[in-house]
Design a protein around this ligand. Structure first.
Ligand SMILES: NC(=O)C1=CN([C@@H]2O[C@H](COP(=O)(O)OP(=O)(O)OC[C@H]3O[C@@H](n4cnc5c(N)ncnc54)[C@H](O)[C@@H]3O)[C@@H](O)[C@H]2O)[C@@H](O)CC1
Ligand SMILES: [K+]
Length: 478
């Protein structure tokens, strides 16, 4: 499991560690890791003679850049510092000068010829976007063709939330120290970070066991996925009921059932008017045309994909088994009704649906994804999976770590892919997974399946994502 911690937590751990070590040790460790990352980014044999520009703010983030610059200068790079703050880290500046680096009067001249730029304007002490005087310098850095490496964080992003309040210098790579910060894993900030590399500075044992964010890895998901025992029958493995599709949108029913069939439940029961289309594609489905309450035994429900205005949501919410509510099921959903449920509820909105549930504009959700997912989970007392380029899952009540899905791909932004996801999540609920695990494992497999289906490079249809779920499952468990 990859974890990310808030700034105050990282600072507390750093203070504890610093009190045990000689002064300057942590910054030396950070700078050594940063310089090593720069050596490998520049490539073997290309450090000597490389033109490196350091953008230096007034805090310790600038200090890291200066000490790393000194290391690069000692290996023969031509290193120029551009001082953007009211002051600069004195020790770092002295180290750079002693190693043969220089300070530029005019930032634009060295930037025009740079091979590598280190962004040390602000790190975890930064607030808001880049200040106006730094903006033209950052633009020149980005336009120079040099490789841009962010020190700890891309300057201008909010470390704790991933929010971006103004201009940010987009990095090709970020070298972060001690722990991931939420802003490196959540959009929109994540997009500015490029490839993120974590440099250990000895904080690991001093960080609390509960992080702000968790990103699952293969082994975490493998532990969650159901494995049928020898004596399992379909009821023990779970039956998932899918209330989806309409005469107008029969395809949503087919895709939700496709997702459900790949989620480990023992059987899939379909309830709605698209039974013929479902059976034609998946003859193994149990089809029922009446109301959900009369459909027979079900251990978890999925309700909403392509449902239109058809009834079914209230019926399903009145049941005492886990329910995943998606798409049309989310429209006008009553928080009171959901909060009153005794069994777990999972909501799977995209940003637009989340905005409607919260009564805000879609842009407000996209800009503040972490706050939005926690707020929904609190208001509805439900586990919430907020879809997007970085899908987030918050536990019912909004407490505890939020899970961020690391397998997403922009190829998933295709019609019907959400139907596959909700079917899959419902199936995992029926198989007995806690809602937070069902949702985050579903997002993980779904992203992985999309990557497999697209080969990372081609458009895909939602049906192909569903077909690739078995491969994704095998990848994770083998
Ligand atoms: N505390 C520690 O033990 C360690 C800190 N390290 C580095 O130190 C950084 C944190 O250092 P600081 O606490 O000094 O904070 P920063 O260097 O991140 O930034 C604070 C400075 O930037 C200015 N500033 C704030 N917002 C700004 C904006 N939008 N535009 C321009 N300037 C702005 C502030 O006035 C302040 O002078 C970390 O990100 C990391 O790079 C590392 O060396 C590892 C060890
Ligand atoms: K930075």
């Amino acid at each position: 499991m990859r974890t990310a911690y808030r700034v105050e937590t990282v600072r507390a751990a750093e203070a504890e560690l610093m009190s045990r070590l000689p002064e300057g040790t942590l910054m030396r460790r950070a700078a050594a890791g940063l310089a090593a990352a720069c050596f490998s980014l520049l490539g073997r044999g290309r450090v000597y003679g490389a033109r490196v520009v350091l953008l230096v703010g007034s805090g310790d983030n600038g200090g890291d850049a200066l000490y790393a610059g000194a290391r690069l200068a000692r290996r023969g790079a031509g290193v120029t510092a551009v001082l953007l703050g009211s002051r600069a880290h004195a020790g770092g500046l002295a180290a750079l000068r002693a190693a043969g680096g220089r300070v530029a009067e005019d930032p634009f001249e060295p930037l025009a010829a740079a091979d590598l730029v280190l962004d040390g304007i602000t790190g975890i002490g930064g607030h808001g976007g880049l200040r106006p005087d730094a903006v033209p310098v950052a633009r020149a850095a980005r336009g120079s063709g040099a490789v841009v490496v962010a020190v700890d964080l891309p300057s201008g992003v909010d470390a704790d939330t991933g929010e971006v309040a103004g201009e940010v210098l987009r990095a090709d790579a970020t070298v972060t120290f001690g722990a991931y910060k939420p802003g490196l894993l959540i959009d929109p900030a994540r997009e500015y970070a490029g490839a993120v590399r974590l440099v250990g500075i000895g904080l690991e044992d001093l960080l609390p066991s509960v992080p702000e964010l968790q990103a699952l890895q293969h082994e975490d998901v493998a532990r969650m996925l159901p494995v049928p025992a020898a004596e399992s029958d379909k009821y023990r493995r779970g039956v998932v009921g899918v209330v989806a599709g309409s005469r107008r949108y029969p395809g949503a029913a087919v895709l939700a059932v496709a997702g459900a069939l790949h989620g480990g439940a023992g059987a899939v029961r379909y309830v709605g008017p698209a039974g013929e289309a479902v059976i034609a594609r998946f003859p193994e489905t149990l089809v029922h045309a009446g109301p959900p309450a009369k459909a027979g035994r079900v251990q978890a429900w999925v309700v909403g994909p392509g449902l239109g205005d058809a009834p079914g949501v209230d019926d399903v919410l009145a049941s005492d088994v886990p329910v995943a509510v998606d798409a049309d099921g989310l429209r006008g959903l009553s928080a009171e009704l959901v909060r009153a449920r005794t069994a777990p509820t999972l909501l799977t909105p995209h940003a637009g649906e989340a905005a409607a549930l919260l009564g805000v504009a879609r842009e407000a959700v996209e800009a503040r994804r972490l706050a939005a997912v926690r707020e929904l989970a609190t208001r509805f007392g439900a586990t919430v999976l907020l879809k997007g380029s970085t899908t987030l899952v918050a536990e019912a009540g909004g407490r505890g770590p939020v899970r961020v899905n690391p397998t997403g791909t922009s190829w998933l932004a295709t019609a019907g892919s959400g139907d596959v996801l909700s079917g899959l999540a419902g199936s995992l609920l029926a198989a007995g997974l806690p809602a937070i695990d069902a949702a985050s494992a579903a997002a993980y497999l779904h992203g992985l399946a999309a990557r497999r289906a697209s080969g990372g490079a081609s458009p895909i249809a939602a049906g192909e994502v569903a077909s690739a779920l078995s491969d994704a499952w095998r990848d994770v468990t083998s």
